[in-house]
Design a protein around this ligand. Structure first.
Ligand code: PAJ
Length: 281
């Protein structure tokens, strides 16, 4: 496995790996890898000939008061894991390599970028779209693998790829959860034991909406109200949003057609966590 820090070397390696018609799969990450990330790597290995991963804690997608400086970093351990998983190239550039001074170009997927997490994290999705566009230009993957965990993120990336005619297939993999339902996240490492218990309310609220949906309820306001109820008993958790939206446009829906995306975000102590389920998928 090659670990590469420069754009020029990564581009050259990936181009030569694709010679002879081999398909290249990319898994973009910010590192601190867990089983959720590894499910994407395994999908890339299964569906393409050569697997590449990127590890880059992208500063521009963190707000000024967010956790960029304390975000977990574990490059050596991550690389050992990726090597075991059969990844051929890891792209782990420095911030200055990705953003030469004076960089001023952004990729903005309008409207979608202001929905769900985009409302409380202004500029976040513009920064995600920009860094993913850069990774696609550098690595030129045939397919890129994203998690359903970040449902708004993959909706935005799918739209960007379509609008800008990028020749890359976007593959979405299911959410990997702990046995009690908590969605795996690099940020779970911030939780103490009590917060870890409280964090389950996110999935509980989604399950509540899902159960009602399965009994035939289609009124989104009622589904949302029932889900929000779950938060009443969790003083440790501040709900940011619970919404039911179209999975592509991320626009709220009134009568929960199938499929709809139920998405939740909340602060468990100081840790912001997200989760979602697809209703009627
Ligand atoms: P990161 O949070 O490291 O996530 C990398 C990928 O792993 C994303 O596609 C995310 O949806 C997926 N993932 C995370 N937790 C998962 C889980 N429990 N089950 C399945 N997939 C999971 O998302 C980012 O990094 C960044 O925004 C990035 C796309 C790399 C751009 O900087």
């Amino acid at each position: 496995m090659k670990i590469v820090g420069t754009i020029a070397e990564m581009r050259a390696l990936c181009r030569s790996a694709k010679l002879g018609g081999k398909r290249l799969g990319l898994v973009p990450t910010m590192g601190a890898l867990h089983e959720g990330h590894l499910s994407l790597v395994r999908a890339a290995r299964a569906k393409t000939d050569v697997a590449a991963a990127s590890i880059f804690v992208n500063p521009t997608q963190f707000g000024p008061t967010e956790d960029f400086s304390r975000y977990p970093r574990a490059l050596e351990k991550d690389c050992a894991i990726l090597e075991r998983e059969g990844v051929e190239f890891v792209f782990a550039p420095a911030v200055e390599e990705m953003y030469p001074s004076g960089a001023a170009t952004w990729v903005t997927v309008e409207a979608l970028s202001d929905r769900l997490c985009g409302k409380s994290r202004p500029g976040h999705f513009r920064a995600v779209a920009t860094v993913v566009a850069k990774l696609f230009h550098i690595i030129e993957p045939d397919a890129a693998f994203f998690g359903q965990k970040d449902a708004a993120q993959h909706a935005i990336i799918r739209k960007m790829v379509r609008d800008l005619d990028m020749p890359v297939a976007i593959e979405v993999c299911p959410i990997v959860r702990e046995s009690d339902g908590l969605a795996l996240s690099s940020r779970n490492a911030y939780l103490n034991a009590e917060e870890r218990k409280s964090a389950l309310v996110l999935y509980r609220s989604l399950r509540r909406a899902q159960e009602l949906f399965q009994t035939g309820e289609r009124n989104s306001a009622k589904l949302i109200a029932a889900a929000r109820q779950e938060f009443a008993s969790e003083s440790n958790v501040r709900l940011d949003y619970f919404e039911i939206v179209n999975p592509d446009s991320l626009e709220p829906v009134l009568d929960t057609p199938s499929p709809s995306l139920a998405a939740v975000a909340g602060y468990v102590g100081n840790t912001r966590l997200i989760d979602n389920v697809l209703l009627g998928a």
